[in-house]
Design a protein around this ligand. Structure first.
Ligand code: ZN
Length: 454
């Protein structure tokens, strides 16, 4: 394959060329209540060519690998029409690599029947949990992708990527009151993990039933303690996306707000994006431009220290490449994306964060939310009232609203219990969703958070 691709690239007149060929097989199964709602199994093959000529990009996707030579010509033609300045890409060393994951119990060897039985079993666990459970949704999906990447600088990378996810949603009802809770996992390992999720299915059901008893939160300003899930979502959604250089490059106001060297939080605050961690959903030794991934500090000792780059944004902004160009699949060109993004652990046990909170909220799990530049709104999946340092009662309908920069300054406690979350969702940007990522954090405490009902 490597030779075939290199032959296709040779003798072409472009400043830079790359080819990505991809094939995958995928399965998905959905149960609603005790009934199977959907089952599907598919295979697909495709590819793309990206050409750079005088600063202009041509991008062409296709399904028939036999048409590769024509598609290369097309991509160069488009780039030539657009290009009118100098081509610039941050320099990298060419690499040759085959990235084949090692794991047991390959999900491709498991029959669709066996997978269906597993999903059905989880569905029954939720539905039989309590008479108050009204409905449930269990979604299973797996996908095994093989990609070949080659560029005109001599890089060739073959990647095999297994991905599996399971989502549980439980819906509980009492009279007119309907409450919902979800749990999910994503994994880049074998099928074994999918077989061990009865406790997670039960947890979704238990949480939905518990919410029926919870009181709506009284709106106001509180000291809030976030669990690792909600703190992780916060740092990914509210902060991480602002660190993506393609977005920053186009927005002078945000560039100003995100000036490197600016103090944004306490000395204890460190935020990292690290695609080189092994075995996590956002991990890979090389990104989708063949750049080695690495540990990138976005905030170090409370100071903005870095952002995430593709080869193009790095050279435009005069900074180093970070290994953050990623494409969801062959339909898309690589853009700047996060990988595994987290707040580093602090020094104190998380229980101590509660000690001097007279009246506050312990917000856990993630329900939904949105961000617009530096403004964010997040809903917690569950929460509790804290009075005089102790959890007293369960609350619901907790939404947290604020300005990112004020909120970072208001973080006044970071615990030592870092947890990286491998959820079954994914990150969305520019129509590319769901891209596997992880996010994480220790428990953190934030002063003066505006909390409102949903
Ligand atoms: Zn995201």
């Amino acid at each position: 394959m490597q030779n075939r691709l290199n032959d296709a690239l040779s003798g072409q007149s472009a400043d830079y060329l790359e080819i990505r060929l991809e094939e995958f097989e995928a399965n998905s199964i959905r149960f609603q209540g005790k009934d199977m709602e959907r089952i599907s199994s598919s295979q697909e093959r495709g590819g793309n060519v990206r050409a750079l000529v005088r600063g202009g990009w041509g991008f062409v996707t296709f399904n028939r690998w036999e048409e590769l030579d024509e598609k290369i010509k097309e991509a160069i033609e488009i780039a030539t029409l657009i290009g009118e300045k100098k081509s610039e890409l941050a320099p990298i060393e060419p690499v040759e690599a085959e990235l084949i994951p090692q794991y047991e119990n390959d999900f491709r060897q498991i029959s669709l029947k066996e997978k269906t039985d597993t999903v059905k079993n989880y569905s029954n666990i939720i539905m039989n949990f309590s008479p108050r459970i009204q409905s449930s949704i269990v979604d299973y999906s797996d996908r095994y992708t093989i990609t070949h990447f080659v560029n005109s600088e001599g890089t060739y990378i073959k990647k095999e990527h297994p991905y599996l996810s399971l989502h549980f949603t439980a819906i509980a009802r009492e009279g007119d009151d309907v409450q919902m809770a979800s749990e999910s996992i994503g994994s880049s390992k074998g099928y074994t993990q999918a077989e061990r999720l009865s406790p997670l299915a039960q947890k979704a059901a238990q949480r939905a039933v518990n919410l029926l008893q919870a009181k709506p939160v009284p709106g106001g300003q509180y000291t809030v303690i976030l669990d690792p899930v909600l703190a992780g979502v916060f740092i990914h959604e509210a902060f991480g996306h602002l660190s993506e250089a393609d977005f920053l490059y186009e927005d002078p106001r945000m560039q100003q707000l995100m000036t490197l060297g600016k103090k944004v939080g306490s000395q204890e605050l460190n935020v990292v994006d690290d695609g080189s961690l092994s075995g996590l959903l956002g991990s890979s030794q090389y990104d989708d431009e063949g750049v080695p991934t690495r540990k990138n500090y976005l905030i170090r000792d409370g100071v903005l220290t870095g952002r995430l780059h593709s080869r193009e944004t790095a050279v435009k902004m005069g900074e180093e490449v970070t290994g953050n160009a990623r494409a969801l699949n062959y339909h898309f060109k690589p853009i700047v994306r996060m990988t595994n993004t987290y707040i580093e652990r602090g020094k104190i046990p998380y229980e101590e964060l509660f000690n001097d909170v007279k009246k506050g909220i312990y917000a856990r799990q993630f329900y939904g939310g949105n961000t617009t530049f530096e403004q964010f709104t997040f809903s917690a999946g569950e929460g509790y009232l804290i009075e005089k340092g102790r959890i007293t009662e369960q609350l619901r309908d907790i939404t947290l609203t604020g300005n990112l920069f004020e909120t970072l300054h208001h973080i006044d406690g970071i615990a030592s219990d870092l947890d990286i979350i491998q959820s079954g969702g994914g990150c969305g940007k520019g129509g590319q969703h769901p891209l596997p990522v992880t996010f994480g954090s220790p428990h953190i405490r934030i002063k003066n958070v505006v909390v409102g009902g949903r």
